[in-house]
Design a protein around this ligand. Structure first.
Ligand code: NDP
Ligand code: GDR
Length: 388
């Protein structure tokens, strides 16, 4: 908290006079996070606050509150020496981005905002390009328009989806890209425009090529969270069946809390570079289901279109996991496996949380949520069953 920061500063410098501590607070580093209300935004804001930053975040206007993930960090406008401040803005609106940048004057700008759902990008390709590709350009241009090239360091949330139809296993910073969705194509533009502004204007700008990372804060429609939520509800008798798409897709899944640390580390180096961030271990969607179910003692019965040919047991009665082709994608990324050697050696970064621990944490938190829902149902309140 600001009070604690002040006390620590006083401890360090033996100053009881607020003049000294005020000046130090003025030199506190400022970070601006786009996408602060998302999974990574929440973990990154926590990390930077713990490091003593003044953290600013951009949130979109929405008709309902969209700050669940960061409500525990909220500081009201009347609190003295606020270190966590939210601004309304949108990646599709240059004027808001320029205004916020001018007001905040950030030392570090983390561009985490995106329409980040691959399947949705096939439904909303133009919006995805506008926010994910041109949105990144708008931020880089804001830095230039405001003459902040030497002040603001820029982090771009790039993605393993860039590899798409993989040409090399495992994937490194040198592996060629072949994007397979409007999302990935938009992120390809964002990747290259970041490199281009680094080369053309000398910006300190980096791409973190992050492989999938999950957590209890993961959006409910990404496959891992969809699985852990559904299994928790199935365990408590609130849901009958989990419908999934491609069970054979393989991903390199890490923990978001580990990955945001590397986003910060990338902006603390002498020179800007791009890094792959991954665990180097790969599991299929089916293996994720089995691990999650195993961790809470649920047996799996597989059922559904095309599953028979792949040799699952469809003779048993209870249906827990079924394949529904509506979740297949027009073009799929079948397999991703990252090699983070460069980040390990140059940034000293290693992931701390392993796959089993990640799955167990997600299951544990979703069981708590399901128990809350079950309690509400027992008390006669309506609990909406949202699991698309
Ligand atoms: P989320 O989907 O959880 O969060 C996305 C954030 O972007 C939300 O805060 C969302 O706001 C905001 N946002 C969306 N559109 C706009 C817009 N037009 N203007 C302003 N804000 C907007 O994503 P993650 O936290 O999981 O991922 C963070 C970034 O990293 C994303 O760019 C994603 O593409 C990328 N990435 C993620 C990986 C992962 O495995 N998680 C892997 C590799 C890259 P709201 O809350 O209002 O919806
Ligand atoms: P991904 O994540 O597309 O890798 O993008 P997602 O969890 O959506 O899909 C992973 C794999 O699981 C398969 N799948 C399903 N996916 C969803 N969402 N729902 C299902 O029911 C289902 N069944 C099977 C998918 O086909 C896919 O192969 C995530 C996002 O966070 C991106 O923003 C990020 O860039 C990449 O990770 C790295």
């Amino acid at each position: 908290s600001p009070t604690k920061t002040r006390l620590r500063l006083v401890d360090c410098f033996g100053a009881t006079d607020s003049f000294f501590t005020h000046n130090l607070l003025d030199t506190m580093k400022k970070a601006l996070i786009t996408g602060v209300t998302g999974q990574d935004g929440a973990y990154l804001a926590e990390l930077l606050l713990a490091k003593g930053y003044e953290v600013h975040g951009i949130k979109r206007r929405s008709s309902l509150f969209n700050t669940d993930r960061i409500d525990h960090l909220y500081q009201g406008p009347h609190e003295p020496e606020r270190r966590f401040i939210l601004h309304h803005g949108d990646l599709t609106d240059s004027s808001s981005l320029i205004r916020i940048m001018q007001q905040v004057q950030p030392d570090e700008l983390y561009n985490l905002a995106a329409q980040s759902h691959v399947a949705v990008s096939f439904e909303e390709p133009e919006y995805t390009a506008n926010s994910d590709a041109i949105g990144t350009l708008r931020l880089l241009e804001a830095i230039r328009i405001l003459g902040m090239e030497q002040k603001t360091r820029f982090y771009q949330a790039s993605t393993s989806e860039l590899y798409g139809k993989v040409r090399e296993v495992p994937q490194t910073e040198a592996t060629p890209f072949h994007p397979r969705s409007p999302y990935a194509v938009a992120k390809l533009y964002a990747y290259w425009i970041t490199v281009n502004y680094r080369e053309a204007y000398g910006l300190y700008a980096c791409n973190g090529i992050l492989f999938n990372h999950e957590s209890p804060l993961r959006g409910e429609t990404f496959v891992t969270r969809k699985i852990t939520r559904a299994l928790a509800r199935i365990k408590l008798g609130q849901q009958q069946c989990l419908y999934l798409g491609n069970l054979d897709a393989k991903r390199d899944w890490g923990h978001a809390r580990d990955y945001v640390e590397m986003q910060w580390l990338m902006l603390q180096q002498e020179s800007p570079q791009d890094y792959v961030i991954a665990t180097g271990r790969q599991y299929s969607v089916r293996e994720f289901v089995e691990t999650a179910a195993g961790s809470v003692g649920i047996g799996i019965r597989w059922q559904g279109h095309g599953v028979e040919e792949k040799g699952y047991d469809t003779n048993s009665g209870a249906c827990i996991v079924a394949v529904d082709p509506r979740y297949f994608r027009p073009a799929e990324v079948e397999t991703l496996l990252g090699d983070a050697t460069k980040a390990r050696t140059e940034l000293g970064w290693t992931p701390r949380i392993g796959f089993e621990e990640l799955v167990e944490e997600m299951m544990r938190e979703d069981l708590k949520e399901a128990e809350r829902d079950a309690l509400c149902s027992r008390e006669g309140y309506t609990v909406l069953d949202r699991h698309e």
